[in-house]
Design a protein around this ligand. Structure first.
Ligand code: PSU
Ligand code: MN
Length: 301
């Protein structure tokens, strides 16, 4: 069912490092035409670290691990590309449609293909109006039962960050800061919330991954929370102000369900003159590079 590209298949068979990349950020998280440039740039960054990129999406009902340039172009530019969480995968396959995969769908397909390391921007999580909307990203539940290492800049700051950290604890998902004692804040280097564990090198991350397997507990993920460099973060004051406006606009316009995250991210881009976009890209770039180095350490290169 899963179509794994030849390059990714060969790398996996030879035990060479591979990094999975999600496609929702390309199709629904970034504006055109910048999104295609970014998709190509991220794949390049993985290669510079000596790993093979495996961008994941569903095209014409086929889940694919590893896209060629033409397929990346479709994800970036085609109208009607759906947003697919893991629950949407059988629906998209059954209907024969195309869609970009969120963290949950990407992690599931990557793990099935045998890719252990995955890089993204920020995870989904518990939304601020959770007591009313019950909106918690399917990312969290899926990561509780999928053996994968996700390198991210924390969870999106549009969320309720402490509630999300609590849910990750309840669900039994391992979380470590990379070179930091604080959980990163996606656009911001520091969310203000501490983490219990800090890892300092790709080798240390790989050792934790080996320990996860050796301990043979529930097949859960490892979250490596890698902060955006302080020089590249969004100005915290601007962030707080525009985010408050974005949350109000979201409520006033009655946006709900899958549309909430793209709406909020888009609002921030438009109302920060692109500064949130720069910070988002800086975060993703750093994560992709680190994921390449972790994949190399994991492969024993
Ligand atoms: N990180 C980004 N941009 C994004 C996302 C993450 O920098 O667009 C996407 C991811 O695919 C994540 C999804 O899984 O948003 C979460 O959406 P929801 O809150 O609807 O689960
Ligand atoms: Mn949601």
């Amino acid at each position: 069912m899963l179509v794994v590209s030849e390059e990714v298949r060969e790398a996996l068979a030879a035990g060479r490092p591979v990094v999975a990349l999600e496609s929702t950020i390309i199709a629904h998280g970034l504006p055109r035409p910048r999104n295609l440039q970014v998709a190509l740039e991220l794949e390049d960054a993985v290669r510079q670290e000596g790993a093979v990129p495996a961008t994941i999406a569903v095209l014409d009902g086929q889940p694919r691990v590893g896209l060629d340039k033409e397929q990346l172009e479709r994800v970036a530019n085609e109208d009607g590309i759906r947003k697919l969480g893991h629950r949407d995968l059988p629906l998209a396959v059954g209907a024969g449609v195309s869609g970009a995969t969120t963290v949950s769908a990407t992690a599931l397909l990557a793990a099935q293909a045998g890719v252990r390391v995955f890089a993204t921007g920020g995870l989904g999580g518990v939304h601020r109006e959770w007591t009313v909307t019950q909106d918690e990203s399917a990312d969290l539940g899926l990561l509780a039962r999928t053996r994968i290492t996700v390198v991210c800049a924390g969870v999106k700051s549009i969320l309720d960050v402490p509630a999300t950290l609590q849910r990750l604890e309840t669900l039994g998902v391992a979380v470590a800061g990379y070179g930091t004692t604080h959980f990163p804040g996606f656009y911001l280097s520091d969310s203000g919330h501490p983490v219990d564990w800090t890892l300092e090198s790709p080798g240390e991350v790989a050792a934790v991954m080996r320990a996860q397997d050796a301990l043979d507990g529930p097949e859960s993920a490892l979250i490596v929370a890698n902060p955006v460099p302080e020089a590249e973060q969004l100005d915290p004051e601007l962030h707080a102000r525009v985010l408050a406006d974005a949350l109000n606009a979201c409520e006033a316009e009655g946006v709900s369900g899958q549309a909430v995250t793209p709406f909020l991210l888009g609002y921030l881009v438009r109302h920060t003159e692109g500064a949130s976009l720069s910070a988002n890209l800086a975060a993703v770039r750093g994560n992709v590079r680190l994921a390449g180095r972790i994949a190399a350490a994991w492969a024993g290169a």
